[in-house]
Design a protein around this ligand. Structure first.
Ligand SMILES: [Fe+2]
Length: 376
């Protein structure tokens, strides 16, 4: 039976070092939808403040000390099904078609790439620590307890911590994150297919729920975190980016994006694959984007949007964790494609032979991934 409590509401605050999240007088009542659907009313939790003042400063210094951040470019085109399409063509095509959350004038794919290929590096991956000092964040008690409560799953296993840097003029198209299933994940299969699988709800039994927390360390100009807690047809909530705050939610289910970071010009930023953004030293607050030795742009902290994301697997029990670790209950790609094809036929969306790979991919995204419309 679904628990009779709920974490909700922008503005509900979790204090530093919160007590374990649990049903109680602090929680608003309400029956929860069954977990795992793209829910009508998603649960999320804001943190303000997230850390102590000193800890938040330490995170900024850690980001600078890390040195430089590469452009997180397209992870390559698909092979096999969806051949020739970008990995996240679902979000990219929607962005181009609609002009994003505000229905802006259309841009071409190259400008879109410059706007949406932000800078990223990984601070921790499982037990591998790439940015010493990040350990307390990886095991943040408030994140773990809140994930446990929101997902109603007791075994929370932090999996990755990574930093994103967006510079003036950059933004992130509305999307849901790439989910993971036992046997099907982004390392071996197209990202858009993982997304389709989740939105179809045909593979919920194999899905591995992932909690995501996004945290911020400046008062950024623009770059709000926009998300749709009431579903794609509901209103967007734009959470401004404020120093030492965070939000935790199911970003695999809830559509979200990043509004454009304020820029002096309307031009797409001049970023192309291979560039890196470099700190000019711990405590300097100054950064440069470089292509090799050539300086492309100079920035200060308050022009940038820096976030750290935390993702954790949320297991129902040890049996589920063991099935994942031991790969004892894995989905196979041909089963996934056959199941989707059967469902399309049942819905009257497909007749005759299965279309060519690329066309099949486009039909799947069109059928199952229903994006929020642009704001009026
Ligand atoms: Fe995302």
């Amino acid at each position: 039976m679904a628990p009779h409590w709920q974490i909700l509401a922008a503005g509900s605050k979790v204090p530093h070092n919160p007590r374990p999240a649990a049903p109680g007088p602090d929680w608003t009542g309400g029956r929860l939808p069954r977990y795992g659907r793209v829910v009508a009313r998603a649960r999320y939790q804001s943190f303000d403040p997230l850390l102590s003042a000193a800890e938040a400063e330490d995170i900024l210094r850690l980001c600078e000390r890390f040195g430089s951040y590469g452009l997180y470019s397209e992870e390559g085109l698909n092979e096999g099904i969806g051949e020739g399409l970008p990995q996240r063509f679902d979000a990219a095509f929607n962005f181009i078609r609609t002009g994003g959350r505000f229905g802006r004038a259309q841009e071409d794919l190259r400008d879109l790439a410059a706007r949406t290929n932000y800078f990223r590096e990984t601070y921790a991956y499982g037990r591998e620590i790439h940015a010493p000092g990040i350990e307390p964040f990886l095991n943040h008690h408030g994140f773990v307890e809140t994930a446990r409560a929101i997902f109603d799953r007791p075994a929370i296993e932090p999996a990755i911590v990574f930093a994103n840097l967006l510079l003036p003029g950059q933004e992130l198209a509305i999307h849901t994150d790439v989910p993971e299933f036992r046997g099907i994940n982004r390392r071996q299969h197209p990202q858009w297919l993982c997304v389709v699988m989740h939105h179809s709800h045909l593979f919920d039994r194999w899905r591995m729920p992932i909690a995501t927390a996004v945290s911020w360390y400046q008062d950024a100009h623009g770059g709000a975190f926009a998300f749709y807690p009431d579903g794609a047809q509901g209103a967007a909530v734009a959470q401004p980016v404020r120093h030492n705050t965070a939000i935790l939610l199911d970003t695999d289910s809830v559509f979200h994006g990043v509004d454009r970071v304020h820029s002096a010009t309307e031009d797409a930023p001049p970023f192309t694959p291979g560039m890196r953004v470099h700190s000019l030293g711990e405590g300097s607050g100054r950064w440069e984007v470089r292509a090799g030795d050539e300086v492309i742009g100079r920035y200060t902290w308050d022009e940038m949007r820096f976030s750290i994301s935390w993702k954790a697997y949320c297991f129902a029990d040890e049996a589920e964790r063991n099935a994942w670790r031991g790969a004892t209950d894995d989905l196979k790609l041909d089963v996934v494609l056959d199941t989707l094809e059967d469902d399309l036929r049942t819905r009257g969306r497909l007749a005759g032979a299965r279309p060519a790979r690329r066309e099949f991919a486009e039909i799947l995204v069109d059928q199952y991934v229903r994006f929020p419309p642009p704001a009026p």
